[in-house]
Write a protein of this length. Structure first.
Length: 178
């Protein structure tokens, strides 16, 4: 899936967490969110926290910024701790700068999709933020606030979720055949 997530072939690597945070702050404000000061949730401080009121509905996002998939297992656990406080009142975002598509696929497929299914089970959404291009791509999962669809850049013809599911299907079928 070349170009699906603005990954390694995009030539955009090496953004600092501070640059990514500035980028997500601009994105959330542009999408109509009020950026809140991140305060600890169950002893874990999110890197960013925002909400948007739309009539009788309130949408919230809390998230953590990582530099790559090696940080994902700890981030998933930290987001789960936040979810134990906010429940379904927020979307839980794991935010990376553009990351290698190859590393993304390898990480999500390892151990028959252990981390892919873990992200899905915890309701974690993965976004990629390119501060230089001022874009955010929704890579995995999807937030409850459908208005985000107007703001994400989506470079894929097929969702990355669908792609990973298709790649995992034969591995899971082999397991069932035993």
């Amino acid at each position: 899936m070349p170009g699906a997530a603005g990954g390694a072939d995009s030539g955009q690597e090496g953004f600092t967490p501070a640059q990514v945070l500035e980028g997500i702050d601009r994105f959330l404000r542009y999408a109509g969110y009020e950026v809140l000061p991140p305060s600890p949730l169950n002893g874990v401080r999110p890197d960013f926290h925002a909400r948007r009121q739309d009539g009788n509905s309130t949408y919230g996002v809390v998230g953590l910024v990582g530099q790559g998939w090696g940080e994902a297992p700890e981030a998933i656990a930290r987001l789960a701790a936040m979810k134990s406080v906010l429940g379904e009142a927020a979307d839980y975002i794991l935010l990376f700068p553009p990351v290698s598509e190859y590393e993304t696929i390898e990480f999500l497929l390892q151990e028959k999709g252990r981390w892919y299914f873990g992200l899905k089970e915890q309701g974690v959404t993965v976004w990629l933020c390119n501060p230089q291009r001022e874009t955010v791509t929704n890579l995995l999962g999807y937030p409850r606030d459908e208005s985000f669809s107007h703001y994400f850049v989506n470079l894929a013809r097929m969702s990355f979720d669908a792609y990973i599911s298709r790649r995992l299907a034969p591995l899971l079928q082999e397991e069932e055949d035993y």
